[in-house]
Design a protein around this ligand. Structure first.
Ligand code: 6SG
Length: 210
């Protein structure tokens, strides 16, 4: 029995980054899939801490909140920087990823038809901070902070990949981000995961929009 379990809807959604981290780190996990019909019955929702998924279990540790799950795996597997200084820079980067992910999810689930044009127009402003972070990384910008992969790299990579699907070419004016996506996506275990049915077989979002 693998030590980790992900309980989530049959989508990539807020679990894509966690799955990428686990796959790239060679860690095993079990997927428990909750269909929309099962969720709509309500009893599972009533038993979830915040009434939402994903739920992640690590032995007897039960976690909710996708970013807490990423941080837990980051601490546990040495993916949280080399010291406190790198850790807080990673926190700052991850909060930025979360802010843009929230905007993206609002577009997808609440305002796709009316909001997409403006969203895509604003995208360069939203993406620029991540290009700046890569530029500012004294270690060369292969990773968002420091010279080693972190939980934030998986989260940012997912965010950039879903934006390239929403708005192809959105990274063209960001050379560091473009190279970052290409470099990370070609890490052997990650590349294999991204090409696997476990990833490609799931829609990005729960309403079919992307
Ligand atoms: C939705 O929002 O998949 N969890 C979602 N929705 C169900 O009843 N801050 C935390 C975190 O980071 C946010 C959790 C997140 O972990 S993720 C959840 O639990 C609820 O609130 C996006 C996603 N959506 C697909 C989906 C299938 C069934 C419920 C949500 C589509 C939307 C509503 C029905 C079909 Fe749907």
């Amino acid at each position: 029995m693998p030590p980790y379990t992900i309980l989530y809807f049959p989508v990539r959604g807020r679990c894509a980054a966690t799955r990428m981290l686990l796959a790239d780190q060679g860690l095993d996990w079990k997927e428990d899939v909750v269909t929309i019909d099962a969720w709509m019955k309500g009893d599972l929702k009533a038993n979830c801490l915040y009434g939402q998924l994903p739920k992640f279990t690590d032995g007897d540790l039960i976690l909710y909140q996708s970013n807490a799950i990423l941080r837990h795996l980051g601490r546990k597997h040495g993916l949280y920087g080399k010291d406190d200084r790198e850790a807080v820079l990673l926190d700052m980067a991850n909060d930025g990823v979360e802010d843009l992910r929230t905007k993206y999810l609002n577009l997808i689930y609440k305002n796709y038809e009316n909001g997409k044009d403006q969203y895509v127009k604003d995208l360069p402003t939203q993406l620029k901070p991540f290009e700046t972070l890569l530029k500012q990384n004294p270690e060369g910008g292969a990773f968002i902070v420091g010279n080693k992969i972190s939980f934030v790299d998986y989260n940012l990579l997912d965010l950039l990949l879903i934006h390239q699907i929403l708005a192809p070419g959105c990274l063209d004016s960001f050379p560091l981000l473009s190279a970052y996506v290409a470099r990370l996506s070609s890490r052997p275990k990650l590349q294999a995961f991204l090409a696997s049915p476990q990833h490609t077989g799931l829609p990005i979002n729960g309403n079919g929009k992307q």
